[in-house]
Design a protein around this ligand. Structure first.
Ligand code: PEP
Ligand code: MG
Length: 585
């Protein structure tokens, strides 16, 4: 039995045989070919590239159908590389001049290029290196006639394990048969993690060495809640987890998918969804969500080499608004930078990107791009109930500047004869300590707040949210973070500014009672998690929640707060008691 810990990205338990994605990657030997055979090698290479283009296009098409047009754009980067003669012509020349096999020439060229990107020392180049190695694998698969271990060929449920996933790999996953995703590398907010989590299965990343010790078919337990992966579990551990899994499924089946979200004492709570793709509105409707509390719009900018044009964005935003049938869509303007880099931004890496040109700062320094997004947003506004919010606001001046820009663009559009909705609420993410501490001041300027605990935690306790080495220090149970949340909610209540919370802890049932107790009446979370959170809300009274919040407020240890929250949850939801797996290791 081998127990490994990683970063929990999506909760739940899965048990299934291993499917190791990287198995087919072996080093290619430097074999020589006779001079008269070189031309045939070049032709074989050309055929392999053409076949690889076809296979990428097929993946692109499937992802467009299954996931979204935005996700499908990931593959455009690959297609661009496969058609790039500056990359491929030297490979052909090498075969002819050095008399080496096409396979070795491809492998050598792609590895060198990937290494160049890696050695640039910045995390932002790693994505590019991964794309290049992914392509190497595709071309070699064609060239050597080996079957790529594609998930399309999987015929039974599996746990997918890989050293790391490219966003393209993640987007190609066959949802029905992949019961969980585990990677050795990667952070919680990598693109690949975001796409994998959208599948609704348990996901654990950043596990360190794992795959080398594994064979396809080995039994694997994935505990996405604890970030634990158990390989070849002994009978006792397997029996405990099988019981857990059965209970998880029983609980899931017993919780109503839709219905009113009202506390036991009769207070209505709003449950909104966090989405990255328009298609997720379907899931949100299936679980009776009250609207979208966070639409992360940056994804369509990340998956393409070029900025999406205004009309394409307009179509996307309009279709989201229409799909929501009048329920609110809280659209967050571009949150680029930090770990979310466009192809263009990758060219000039920053030394400290989380404290650098990110989010609203990036938009305010790239006004052309910002205006184009705002035009698309505002043109879409008549199609539904739109709210706009700005990410990572740190000063009131910044918020006013962004708001002014939005009003200016609205005027410009009306002058051009476009219809633009009146009185669109303009709000902000509260996700840095400066905004939380000054919430009372911000409340005079903003129409609503959305508390982003994902970033608020990392900026308050100085812990990188995507770094597996400090993952244990990253927790919403931090007394400092909770105090900031309370400050924001109080300021909002005093000024009658609507406030919601959209960090990942909104979807973690351990925090539901505390968040209500702190005064929140609106939460925004991964749509698939709404039924569980609703169930907790239905069973609790605000009086109990407030009492819990007071107790937590007097505590000074993250660990003790975490334990108290867990115990309270088990009191109201005894059927999820999974203490038996807590001490496994
Ligand atoms: C947050 O920071 O809490 C948040 C919801 O935004 P993101 O995860 O996109 O940074
Ligand atoms: Mg954030």
């Amino acid at each position: 039995m081998n127990i490994t810990h990683g970063i929990p990205v999506a909760p739940g338990i899965a048990i299934a045989p291993a499917f190791v994605l990287d198995q087919t990657r072996e080093r290619i030997a430097r074999d020589r070919v006779a001079p008269e055979a070189c031309q045939e090698e070049v032709e074989a290479l050309n055929r392999a590239i053409a076949a690889a283009v076809e296979s990428v296009q097929a993946d692109r098409h499937r992802v467009e159908q299954d996931l979204s047009p935005e996700a499908a754009q990931i593959f455009d980067v690959h297609l661009g590389l496969l058609r790039d003669d500056a990359l491929l012509q030297p490979v052909r020349d090498r075969i002819l001049s050095d008399g080496v096999t096409a396979a070795w020439a491809v492998s050598d060229a792609f590895h060198r290029l990937a290494e160049q990107f890696r050695s640039m020392g910045s995390a932002v180049f790693r994505d590019k290196a991964r794309d290049i190695l992914d392509l190497e694998r595709r071309v070699l698969d064609e060239l050597l006639g080996r079957t790529r271990a594609r998930l399309a060929q999987v015929s039974e449920p599996v746990v997918l394990l890989a050293h790391e996933l490219t966003p393209a790999d993640a987007a190609s996953l066959t949802v029905d048969l992949v019961r969980a995703v585990v990677t050795e590398a990667g952070g919680r907010t990598d693109h690949a993690s975001i796409v994998a989590a959208a599948l609704g299965v348990p996901v654990v990343v950043g596990c360190g060495d794992l795959v080398g010790d594994l064979q396809d078919g080995d039994p694997v337990i994935v505990d996405g809640t604890r970030g634990r992966v158990v390989i070849r579990a002994d009978d006792e551990v397997m029996a405990k987890y099988r019981r857990r899994l059965e209970e998880q499924e029983r609980f899931r089946a017993s919780v109503p998918r839709i219905g009113r979200t009202r506390t036991a004492c009769g207070v209505d709570i709003q449950l909104l969804g966090n989405i990255e793709f328009v298609r997720e509105v379907d899931t949100l409707k299936e679980v009776g969500g009250d609207g979208v509390g966070l639409y992360r719009t940056e994804f369509s900018y990340l998956t393409s080499d070029t900025e999406p044009d205004e009309d394409a964005l307009y179509e996307m935003y309009s279709s989201a608004l229409k799909a929501l049938d009048g329920k609110p869509l809280t659209l967050r303007t571009l949150d680029l930078g930090a770990d979310k880099y466009t192809q263009a931004m990758k060219i000039e890496p920053e030394r400290n990107p989380f404290l650098g040109l990110r989010s609203i700062r990036h938009s305010l320094q790239n006004l052309g791009m910002f205006r184009r997004q705002l035009r698309a947003i505002l043109r879409a506004s008549p199609h539904g109930s739109l709210r706009v919010m700005f990410p990572l606001v740190t000063t009131v001046g910044e918020f006013r500047q962004a708001k002014m820009m939005l009003l200016d663009v609205a005027e410009e559009l009306r002058d051009e004869g476009h219809e633009v909705a009146r009185d669109i609420p303009i709000g902000m993410m509260v996700e840095v300590p400066s905004a939380a501490i000054m919430a009372a001041t911000f409340a005079r300027a903003a129409d609503f707040f959305s508390i982003g605990t994902n970033d608020l935690i990392q900026y308050t306790v100085a812990v990188d949210r995507g770094n597996e080495r400090v993952a244990s220090l990253y927790t919403a149970s931090s007394p400092a973070v909770l105090r900031l949340v309370k400050t924001v909610v109080r300021a909002a209540q005093r000024r009658k500014v609507p406030v919601s919370l959209c960090g990942e802890c909104a979807g973690d049932i351990n925090y539901t009672m505390l968040l209500l107790g702190l005064g929140l009446r609106s939460l925004s979370l991964v749509p698939a998690l709404i039924p569980r959170v609703r169930e907790v809300i239905r069973r609790v009274s605000l009086e109990d929640c407030e009492r819990l919040a007071r107790r937590v407020g007097s505590m000074d240890s993250e660990r003790r707060i975490g334990l108290l929250l867990r115990n309270e949850l088990l009191r109201v939801l005894p059927e999820i008691d999974d203490e038996d797996v807590d001490d496994i290791g």
